[in-house]
Design a protein around this ligand. Structure first.
Ligand SMILES: Cc1cc2nc3c(=O)[nH]c(=O)nc-3n(C[C@H](O)[C@H](O)[C@H](O)COP(=O)(O)OP(=O)(O)OC[C@H]3O[C@@H](n4cnc5c(N)ncnc54)[C@H](O)[C@@H]3O)c2cc1C
Length: 440
Protein backbone atom coordinates (compact mmCIF):
# COMPACT_ATOMS: atom_id res chain seq x y z
CA UNK A 1 0.00 0.00 0.00
CA UNK A 2 1.25 3.50 -0.91
CA UNK A 3 1.79 5.78 2.08
CA UNK A 4 -0.49 8.84 1.96
CA UNK A 5 1.25 11.93 0.62
CA UNK A 6 -1.30 14.26 2.18
CA UNK A 7 0.14 16.27 5.09
CA UNK A 8 -1.44 15.48 8.46
CA UNK A 9 -4.04 18.11 9.40
CA UNK A 10 -2.88 20.79 11.84
CA UNK A 11 -4.17 19.95 15.33
CA UNK A 12 -5.75 22.94 17.02
CA UNK A 13 -6.99 22.73 20.59
CA UNK A 14 -9.24 25.52 21.89
CA UNK A 15 -9.95 25.56 25.63
CA UNK A 16 -13.19 27.38 26.44
CA UNK A 17 -16.32 27.84 24.32
CA UNK A 18 -17.29 31.25 25.64
CA UNK A 19 -17.33 34.26 23.34
CA UNK A 20 -13.63 34.03 22.44
CA UNK A 21 -13.30 30.27 21.92
CA UNK A 22 -16.61 29.86 20.12
CA UNK A 23 -15.87 32.60 17.58
CA UNK A 24 -12.34 31.27 16.99
CA UNK A 25 -13.76 27.78 16.35
CA UNK A 26 -16.44 29.18 14.05
CA UNK A 27 -13.78 30.85 11.95
CA UNK A 28 -11.94 27.50 11.65
CA UNK A 29 -15.08 25.46 10.87
CA UNK A 30 -14.92 23.87 7.44
CA UNK A 31 -11.13 24.33 7.07
CA UNK A 32 -8.59 21.50 6.79
CA UNK A 33 -7.61 21.93 10.45
CA UNK A 34 -8.44 19.27 13.03
CA UNK A 35 -10.04 21.35 15.79
CA UNK A 36 -10.80 20.12 19.33
CA UNK A 37 -12.97 22.50 21.38
CA UNK A 38 -12.87 21.70 25.10
CA UNK A 39 -15.26 23.16 27.66
CA UNK A 40 -16.20 22.01 31.15
CA UNK A 41 -19.84 22.88 30.36
CA UNK A 42 -21.92 21.55 27.48
CA UNK A 43 -23.26 25.04 26.70
CA UNK A 44 -22.14 28.43 25.49
CA UNK A 45 -23.45 31.02 27.93
CA UNK A 46 -24.59 34.57 27.19
CA UNK A 47 -23.36 36.09 30.46
CA UNK A 48 -24.76 39.61 29.88
CA UNK A 49 -28.28 38.26 30.58
CA UNK A 50 -27.34 36.13 33.61
CA UNK A 51 -28.80 38.70 35.99
CA UNK A 52 -32.22 38.16 34.37
CA UNK A 53 -32.04 34.42 35.14
CA UNK A 54 -30.94 35.30 38.69
CA UNK A 55 -33.96 37.55 39.17
CA UNK A 56 -36.57 35.25 37.60
CA UNK A 57 -37.07 37.23 34.38
CA UNK A 58 -35.65 34.52 32.07
CA UNK A 59 -35.00 30.77 32.27
CA UNK A 60 -31.53 29.25 32.01
CA UNK A 61 -32.22 27.66 28.63
CA UNK A 62 -33.11 31.07 27.15
CA UNK A 63 -29.54 32.35 27.42
CA UNK A 64 -27.49 29.20 26.77
CA UNK A 65 -26.87 27.13 23.62
CA UNK A 66 -25.51 23.55 23.46
CA UNK A 67 -21.97 23.83 22.03
CA UNK A 68 -22.38 20.61 20.03
CA UNK A 69 -25.41 22.00 18.22
CA UNK A 70 -23.36 24.99 16.97
CA UNK A 71 -20.81 22.72 15.28
CA UNK A 72 -22.97 19.72 14.28
CA UNK A 73 -22.51 20.54 10.57
CA UNK A 74 -18.71 20.75 10.73
CA UNK A 75 -16.89 17.38 10.83
CA UNK A 76 -13.51 19.06 11.46
CA UNK A 77 -14.66 20.39 14.86
CA UNK A 78 -14.71 17.91 17.73
CA UNK A 79 -16.40 19.06 20.95
CA UNK A 80 -15.12 17.59 24.24
CA UNK A 81 -16.91 18.23 27.51
CA UNK A 82 -14.22 18.20 30.17
CA UNK A 83 -12.16 20.38 32.45
CA UNK A 84 -8.65 21.30 31.34
CA UNK A 85 -6.31 20.97 34.32
CA UNK A 86 -2.91 21.83 32.85
CA UNK A 87 -0.71 22.34 29.81
CA UNK A 88 2.63 20.75 28.97
CA UNK A 89 4.01 23.51 26.73
CA UNK A 90 7.10 21.42 25.86
CA UNK A 91 5.29 18.19 24.92
CA UNK A 92 2.43 20.37 23.54
CA UNK A 93 -0.42 18.59 25.29
CA UNK A 94 -3.46 19.70 27.28
CA UNK A 95 -4.48 17.57 30.26
CA UNK A 96 -8.23 17.10 30.73
CA UNK A 97 -9.58 15.75 34.02
CA UNK A 98 -10.58 12.04 33.85
CA UNK A 99 -10.11 12.05 30.07
CA UNK A 100 -6.39 12.16 29.21
CA UNK A 101 -4.07 14.37 27.20
CA UNK A 102 -4.88 16.17 23.97
CA UNK A 103 -1.88 16.92 21.70
CA UNK A 104 -1.84 20.21 19.81
CA UNK A 105 0.15 22.05 17.16
CA UNK A 106 -1.65 25.29 17.99
CA UNK A 107 -3.41 26.07 21.28
CA UNK A 108 -6.00 28.78 21.93
CA UNK A 109 -6.65 29.62 25.58
CA UNK A 110 -10.11 31.12 26.03
CA UNK A 111 -10.96 30.11 29.59
CA UNK A 112 -12.37 33.49 30.65
CA UNK A 113 -12.36 34.63 34.25
CA UNK A 114 -14.11 33.59 37.45
CA UNK A 115 -15.42 35.50 40.46
CA UNK A 116 -12.69 36.84 42.72
CA UNK A 117 -13.12 37.62 46.39
CA UNK A 118 -9.65 39.22 46.51
CA UNK A 119 -8.17 36.32 48.46
CA UNK A 120 -10.91 36.27 51.15
CA UNK A 121 -11.97 32.62 50.94
CA UNK A 122 -14.28 33.08 53.92
CA UNK A 123 -16.25 35.76 52.00
CA UNK A 124 -16.63 33.34 49.08
CA UNK A 125 -18.42 30.94 51.43
CA UNK A 126 -20.83 33.61 52.64
CA UNK A 127 -21.80 35.34 49.38
CA UNK A 128 -22.74 34.40 45.82
CA UNK A 129 -20.99 35.55 42.64
CA UNK A 130 -22.66 35.72 39.22
CA UNK A 131 -20.62 34.00 36.54
CA UNK A 132 -22.42 30.76 35.64
CA UNK A 133 -25.92 29.36 35.31
CA UNK A 134 -25.45 27.59 38.67
CA UNK A 135 -24.71 30.96 40.27
CA UNK A 136 -27.77 32.53 38.64
CA UNK A 137 -30.04 29.68 39.76
CA UNK A 138 -28.60 29.81 43.27
CA UNK A 139 -29.27 33.55 43.46
CA UNK A 140 -32.84 33.05 42.22
CA UNK A 141 -33.45 30.31 44.80
CA UNK A 142 -32.01 32.48 47.56
CA UNK A 143 -33.85 35.68 46.60
CA UNK A 144 -37.26 34.05 46.06
CA UNK A 145 -36.67 31.78 49.07
CA UNK A 146 -35.93 34.77 51.30
CA UNK A 147 -39.41 36.19 50.63
CA UNK A 148 -41.04 32.79 51.18
CA UNK A 149 -39.35 32.25 54.55
CA UNK A 150 -39.87 35.82 55.65
CA UNK A 151 -43.61 35.24 55.06
CA UNK A 152 -43.67 32.31 57.51
CA UNK A 153 -41.28 33.65 60.19
CA UNK A 154 -42.54 35.49 63.24
CA UNK A 155 -39.26 36.82 64.67
CA UNK A 156 -39.07 40.42 63.31
CA UNK A 157 -35.26 40.43 63.44
CA UNK A 158 -35.10 37.35 61.25
CA UNK A 159 -37.75 38.75 58.91
CA UNK A 160 -35.69 41.94 58.48
CA UNK A 161 -32.58 39.94 57.83
CA UNK A 162 -34.37 37.82 55.20
CA UNK A 163 -35.85 40.91 53.57
CA UNK A 164 -32.51 42.70 53.23
CA UNK A 165 -30.50 42.07 50.07
CA UNK A 166 -26.94 43.33 49.77
CA UNK A 167 -25.15 43.65 46.44
CA UNK A 168 -21.41 44.32 46.60
CA UNK A 169 -19.90 46.05 43.56
CA UNK A 170 -21.26 49.09 41.70
CA UNK A 171 -20.21 48.10 38.17
CA UNK A 172 -22.74 47.09 35.48
CA UNK A 173 -23.47 43.67 37.07
CA UNK A 174 -24.07 45.11 40.55
CA UNK A 175 -26.28 47.89 39.17
CA UNK A 176 -28.31 45.41 37.08
CA UNK A 177 -28.78 43.04 40.03
CA UNK A 178 -29.75 45.75 42.52
CA UNK A 179 -32.22 47.39 40.10
CA UNK A 180 -33.76 44.08 39.12
CA UNK A 181 -34.22 42.82 42.71
CA UNK A 182 -35.79 46.16 43.67
CA UNK A 183 -38.25 45.92 40.75
CA UNK A 184 -39.01 42.29 41.60
CA UNK A 185 -39.87 43.28 45.17
CA UNK A 186 -41.74 46.54 44.42
CA UNK A 187 -43.72 45.38 41.36
CA UNK A 188 -43.84 41.65 40.66
CA UNK A 189 -44.09 40.35 44.26
CA UNK A 190 -45.79 43.37 45.83
CA UNK A 191 -49.27 41.83 46.13
CA UNK A 192 -48.38 38.14 46.46
CA UNK A 193 -47.77 37.91 50.22
CA UNK A 194 -50.10 38.26 53.20
CA UNK A 195 -47.81 38.82 56.21
CA UNK A 196 -44.81 40.60 54.78
CA UNK A 197 -44.80 43.68 52.61
CA UNK A 198 -42.52 42.55 49.77
CA UNK A 199 -42.34 46.12 48.46
CA UNK A 200 -40.59 47.13 51.67
CA UNK A 201 -37.63 44.80 51.11
CA UNK A 202 -34.31 46.63 51.45
CA UNK A 203 -31.86 46.45 48.57
CA UNK A 204 -28.45 47.89 49.43
CA UNK A 205 -25.72 48.43 46.83
CA UNK A 206 -22.17 48.93 48.19
CA UNK A 207 -19.12 50.08 46.32
CA UNK A 208 -15.65 50.98 47.55
CA UNK A 209 -15.39 53.83 45.02
CA UNK A 210 -17.04 57.25 45.03
CA UNK A 211 -19.47 56.51 42.16
CA UNK A 212 -21.36 53.73 40.38
CA UNK A 213 -20.47 52.58 36.84
CA UNK A 214 -16.96 54.01 37.15
CA UNK A 215 -16.10 53.15 33.52
CA UNK A 216 -18.88 55.44 32.25
CA UNK A 217 -18.81 59.28 32.12
CA UNK A 218 -19.78 60.91 35.42
CA UNK A 219 -23.20 62.30 34.31
CA UNK A 220 -24.28 58.76 33.37
CA UNK A 221 -23.09 57.47 36.78
CA UNK A 222 -25.17 60.17 38.47
CA UNK A 223 -28.20 59.21 36.37
CA UNK A 224 -27.77 55.53 37.31
CA UNK A 225 -27.54 56.45 41.00
CA UNK A 226 -30.67 58.60 40.90
CA UNK A 227 -32.69 55.95 39.00
CA UNK A 228 -31.66 53.27 41.48
CA UNK A 229 -32.63 55.52 44.38
CA UNK A 230 -36.03 56.08 42.73
CA UNK A 231 -36.42 52.29 42.77
CA UNK A 232 -35.69 52.38 46.50
CA UNK A 233 -32.13 51.01 46.31
CA UNK A 234 -29.97 52.31 49.17
CA UNK A 235 -26.50 53.28 47.98
CA UNK A 236 -23.36 52.97 50.07
CA UNK A 237 -20.50 54.61 48.17
CA UNK A 238 -16.91 54.90 49.42
CA UNK A 239 -17.89 51.84 51.45
CA UNK A 240 -15.19 49.18 51.18
CA UNK A 241 -16.35 45.82 52.49
CA UNK A 242 -14.49 44.77 55.63
CA UNK A 243 -16.28 41.53 56.47
CA UNK A 244 -18.78 39.14 54.90
CA UNK A 245 -20.45 36.48 57.03
CA UNK A 246 -23.45 34.15 56.68
CA UNK A 247 -25.69 36.82 58.16
CA UNK A 248 -24.50 40.04 56.61
CA UNK A 249 -21.62 42.37 55.86
CA UNK A 250 -19.63 45.16 57.44
CA UNK A 251 -18.75 48.01 55.06
CA UNK A 252 -17.03 51.26 56.05
CA UNK A 253 -17.70 50.41 59.69
CA UNK A 254 -21.45 49.85 59.17
CA UNK A 255 -22.92 46.43 59.99
CA UNK A 256 -25.75 45.36 57.66
CA UNK A 257 -27.64 42.18 58.58
CA UNK A 258 -28.70 40.27 55.49
CA UNK A 259 -29.45 36.66 54.55
CA UNK A 260 -28.49 37.29 50.93
CA UNK A 261 -25.17 38.86 49.97
CA UNK A 262 -24.44 38.98 46.25
CA UNK A 263 -20.87 39.56 45.11
CA UNK A 264 -20.34 41.54 41.90
CA UNK A 265 -17.06 43.16 42.86
CA UNK A 266 -14.39 41.43 40.83
CA UNK A 267 -13.11 38.66 38.59
CA UNK A 268 -9.74 36.98 38.12
CA UNK A 269 -8.35 34.84 35.32
CA UNK A 270 -6.35 32.16 37.15
CA UNK A 271 -4.90 29.61 36.51
CA UNK A 272 -3.92 29.86 32.80
CA UNK A 273 -0.67 31.79 33.45
CA UNK A 274 0.39 29.18 36.03
CA UNK A 275 -0.31 26.37 33.54
CA UNK A 276 2.32 27.81 31.19
CA UNK A 277 4.56 28.95 34.02
CA UNK A 278 4.74 32.63 33.16
CA UNK A 279 4.31 35.66 35.42
CA UNK A 280 0.64 36.69 35.38
CA UNK A 281 -0.55 40.22 34.59
CA UNK A 282 -3.26 42.03 36.61
CA UNK A 283 -5.94 39.71 38.09
CA UNK A 284 -4.10 36.56 37.00
CA UNK A 285 -4.36 37.40 33.28
CA UNK A 286 -1.93 36.26 30.58
CA UNK A 287 -0.02 39.12 28.94
CA UNK A 288 -0.11 38.67 25.14
CA UNK A 289 1.76 40.09 22.13
CA UNK A 290 0.20 42.20 19.36
CA UNK A 291 -0.98 39.06 17.51
CA UNK A 292 -2.45 37.70 20.80
CA UNK A 293 0.20 34.98 21.09
CA UNK A 294 1.83 34.35 24.46
CA UNK A 295 5.39 35.81 24.40
CA UNK A 296 7.91 32.98 23.91
CA UNK A 297 5.15 30.62 22.68
CA UNK A 298 4.17 31.52 19.09
CA UNK A 299 1.91 28.42 18.96
CA UNK A 300 -0.16 29.48 22.01
CA UNK A 301 -2.77 32.25 21.82
CA UNK A 302 -4.81 33.73 24.67
CA UNK A 303 -8.03 35.63 23.98
CA UNK A 304 -10.89 37.27 25.90
CA UNK A 305 -11.02 37.71 29.65
CA UNK A 306 -8.02 35.42 30.22
CA UNK A 307 -5.54 37.78 28.49
CA UNK A 308 -4.31 41.31 29.09
CA UNK A 309 -3.23 43.68 26.35
CA UNK A 310 -3.17 47.47 26.20
CA UNK A 311 -5.91 49.00 24.03
CA UNK A 312 -5.58 52.06 21.75
CA UNK A 313 -5.81 54.38 24.82
CA UNK A 314 -2.95 52.55 26.59
CA UNK A 315 -5.29 51.08 29.22
CA UNK A 316 -5.83 47.28 29.33
CA UNK A 317 -8.61 46.11 27.01
CA UNK A 318 -11.83 45.72 29.05
CA UNK A 319 -13.29 42.35 30.03
CA UNK A 320 -16.14 42.52 27.53
CA UNK A 321 -17.86 40.04 25.25
CA UNK A 322 -17.11 42.31 22.28
CA UNK A 323 -13.35 42.12 22.97
CA UNK A 324 -13.47 38.32 23.28
CA UNK A 325 -15.54 37.94 20.09
CA UNK A 326 -13.29 40.19 18.01
CA UNK A 327 -10.21 38.40 19.33
CA UNK A 328 -11.77 34.98 18.62
CA UNK A 329 -12.45 35.97 15.01
CA UNK A 330 -8.97 37.49 14.66
CA UNK A 331 -7.12 34.44 16.01
CA UNK A 332 -9.32 32.05 13.99
CA UNK A 333 -8.50 33.97 10.79
CA UNK A 334 -4.80 34.21 11.70
CA UNK A 335 -4.56 30.44 12.25
CA UNK A 336 -6.52 29.69 9.07
CA UNK A 337 -4.07 31.94 7.20
CA UNK A 338 -1.04 30.23 8.77
CA UNK A 339 -2.35 26.82 7.70
CA UNK A 340 -2.62 28.08 4.13
CA UNK A 341 0.96 29.38 4.36
CA UNK A 342 -0.01 33.06 4.31
CA UNK A 343 2.21 35.77 5.78
CA UNK A 344 1.34 36.81 9.35
CA UNK A 345 -1.59 39.25 9.40
CA UNK A 346 -1.59 42.73 10.92
CA UNK A 347 -1.76 43.07 14.73
CA UNK A 348 -5.08 42.79 16.55
CA UNK A 349 -6.97 46.09 16.71
CA UNK A 350 -9.99 46.41 18.97
CA UNK A 351 -12.98 48.26 17.51
CA UNK A 352 -14.83 49.85 20.40
CA UNK A 353 -18.55 49.88 19.55
CA UNK A 354 -19.49 51.49 22.87
CA UNK A 355 -20.76 50.46 26.31
CA UNK A 356 -24.21 49.89 27.72
CA UNK A 357 -25.59 49.23 31.20
CA UNK A 358 -29.20 48.64 32.21
CA UNK A 359 -30.64 49.94 35.49
CA UNK A 360 -34.26 48.84 35.25
CA UNK A 361 -37.47 49.22 33.29
CA UNK A 362 -37.03 52.02 30.70
CA UNK A 363 -33.74 53.04 32.32
CA UNK A 364 -30.27 52.38 30.94
CA UNK A 365 -27.12 54.28 30.00
CA UNK A 366 -25.11 54.05 26.80
CA UNK A 367 -21.92 55.59 25.51
CA UNK A 368 -20.91 55.39 21.85
CA UNK A 369 -17.87 57.60 21.47
CA UNK A 370 -19.14 61.14 21.97
CA UNK A 371 -22.79 60.04 21.86
CA UNK A 372 -24.29 59.49 25.30
CA UNK A 373 -27.77 58.16 25.88
CA UNK A 374 -29.82 57.62 29.01
CA UNK A 375 -33.38 56.61 29.85
CA UNK A 376 -35.75 54.97 27.37
CA UNK A 377 -33.59 55.48 24.26
CA UNK A 378 -30.61 53.76 25.96
CA UNK A 379 -32.92 51.03 27.28
CA UNK A 380 -34.31 50.27 23.81
CA UNK A 381 -30.78 50.27 22.39
CA UNK A 382 -29.66 47.91 25.16
CA UNK A 383 -32.52 45.53 24.31
CA UNK A 384 -31.84 45.59 20.56
CA UNK A 385 -28.09 45.05 21.02
CA UNK A 386 -28.54 42.14 23.42
CA UNK A 387 -31.13 40.43 21.24
CA UNK A 388 -28.79 40.71 18.27
CA UNK A 389 -25.81 39.33 20.20
CA UNK A 390 -27.73 36.43 21.78
CA UNK A 391 -26.96 33.15 20.03
CA UNK A 392 -29.70 31.16 18.26
CA UNK A 393 -33.02 32.21 16.69
CA UNK A 394 -35.00 30.20 19.26
CA UNK A 395 -33.41 32.04 22.18
CA UNK A 396 -33.87 35.44 20.51
CA UNK A 397 -37.55 34.75 19.84
CA UNK A 398 -38.22 33.45 23.38
CA UNK A 399 -36.37 36.36 25.04
CA UNK A 400 -38.12 38.94 22.84
CA UNK A 401 -41.59 37.55 23.61
CA UNK A 402 -40.75 37.20 27.34
CA UNK A 403 -39.58 40.81 27.53
CA UNK A 404 -42.74 42.10 25.83
CA UNK A 405 -44.91 40.02 28.17
CA UNK A 406 -42.98 41.25 31.25
CA UNK A 407 -43.18 44.86 30.10
CA UNK A 408 -46.94 44.65 29.63
CA UNK A 409 -47.72 42.71 32.84
CA UNK A 410 -44.81 43.57 35.20
CA UNK A 411 -44.66 39.79 35.68
CA UNK A 412 -41.72 37.41 35.73
CA UNK A 413 -42.23 33.92 34.38
CA UNK A 414 -39.30 32.06 35.93
CA UNK A 415 -40.32 32.31 39.60
CA UNK A 416 -39.71 28.69 40.53
CA UNK A 417 -37.65 27.69 43.54
CA UNK A 418 -36.05 24.33 42.78
CA UNK A 419 -34.03 22.32 45.29
CA UNK A 420 -35.56 23.75 48.48
CA UNK A 421 -36.61 20.70 50.51
CA UNK A 422 -34.68 21.92 53.56
CA UNK A 423 -35.60 24.10 56.49
CA UNK A 424 -34.85 27.73 55.62
CA UNK A 425 -31.60 28.19 57.48
CA UNK A 426 -30.14 24.89 56.26
CA UNK A 427 -31.03 25.80 52.70
CA UNK A 428 -29.28 29.10 52.99
CA UNK A 429 -26.12 27.71 54.48
CA UNK A 430 -25.94 24.71 52.14
CA UNK A 431 -26.39 26.73 48.94
CA UNK A 432 -23.80 29.28 49.95
CA UNK A 433 -21.32 26.53 50.75
CA UNK A 434 -22.00 24.70 47.48
CA UNK A 435 -21.52 27.87 45.48
CA UNK A 436 -18.23 28.66 47.07
CA UNK A 437 -17.04 25.07 46.67
CA UNK A 438 -17.58 25.27 42.91
CA UNK A 439 -15.39 28.31 42.67
CA UNK A 440 -12.40 26.76 44.41
C1 LIG B 1 -22.96 38.93 34.90
C2 LIG B 1 -22.13 39.38 33.73
C3 LIG B 1 -22.62 40.37 32.87
C4 LIG B 1 -21.86 40.79 31.78
N1 LIG B 1 -22.37 41.75 30.95
C5 LIG B 1 -21.69 42.11 29.84
C6 LIG B 1 -22.24 43.04 28.90
O1 LIG B 1 -23.34 43.55 29.11
N2 LIG B 1 -21.51 43.33 27.79
C7 LIG B 1 -20.30 42.77 27.54
O2 LIG B 1 -19.68 43.05 26.50
N3 LIG B 1 -19.74 41.90 28.41
C8 LIG B 1 -20.40 41.56 29.55
N4 LIG B 1 -19.86 40.65 30.43
C9 LIG B 1 -18.48 40.17 30.20
C10 LIG B 1 -18.46 39.07 29.15
O3 LIG B 1 -19.43 38.11 29.42
C11 LIG B 1 -17.06 38.47 29.15
O4 LIG B 1 -16.14 39.48 28.86
C12 LIG B 1 -16.96 37.38 28.10
O5 LIG B 1 -17.82 36.31 28.42
C13 LIG B 1 -15.53 36.88 27.98
O6 LIG B 1 -15.49 35.87 27.03
P1 LIG B 1 -14.41 34.71 27.15
O7 LIG B 1 -14.59 33.84 25.96
O8 LIG B 1 -13.08 35.27 27.43
O9 LIG B 1 -14.82 33.93 28.48
P2 LIG B 1 -16.18 33.24 28.86
O10 LIG B 1 -17.30 33.72 28.03
O11 LIG B 1 -16.29 33.39 30.34
O12 LIG B 1 -15.95 31.71 28.48
C14 LIG B 1 -14.98 30.92 29.11
C15 LIG B 1 -15.33 29.48 28.85
O13 LIG B 1 -14.26 28.68 29.27
C16 LIG B 1 -14.76 27.56 29.97
N5 LIG B 1 -13.71 27.13 30.90
C17 LIG B 1 -13.13 27.85 31.89
N6 LIG B 1 -12.17 27.14 32.49
C18 LIG B 1 -12.14 25.94 31.87
C19 LIG B 1 -11.35 24.78 32.04
N7 LIG B 1 -10.40 24.69 32.98
N8 LIG B 1 -11.59 23.72 31.23
C20 LIG B 1 -12.55 23.77 30.28
N9 LIG B 1 -13.32 24.86 30.07
C21 LIG B 1 -13.11 25.93 30.85
C22 LIG B 1 -16.00 28.07 30.66
O14 LIG B 1 -16.90 27.02 30.96
C23 LIG B 1 -16.56 29.03 29.60
O15 LIG B 1 -17.46 28.38 28.72
C24 LIG B 1 -20.59 40.22 31.53
C25 LIG B 1 -20.10 39.23 32.39
C26 LIG B 1 -20.87 38.81 33.47
C27 LIG B 1 -20.34 37.73 34.38
Amino acid sequence: MQPSLRPAPVRIVIIGAGFGGLYAARRLAGTTADVTLIDRENHHLFQPLLYQVATAALSSSDIATPIRSVFARFPNIRVVMGEATGIDAVARTVAVRDTGDFPYDILVLATGASTSWFGHDEWAKASIGLKSLEDAETIRRRVLGAFEWAESRRDPVEVDRLMTFVVVGGGPTGVELAGSIAELARSTLARDFRHIKAAEARVILCDAGPRLLASFPEPLSRYAASRLQRLGVELRLNAAVEQVTDDGITAAGERIDSATVLWAAGVAAQPAAAWIGIKPGPHGTLPVAADLSVPGYPEIFAIGDVMTRPGPDGKPLPGLATVAKQQGRYVGALIAGRIRGRQPSSPFRYRDWGSLAIIGRSAAVAEFGRIRLKGTSAWLTWGAVHLTLLMGMRNRAVVYVTWIWSWLTWGRGARLIIGSRYPATTLFRETVGANAAQEH
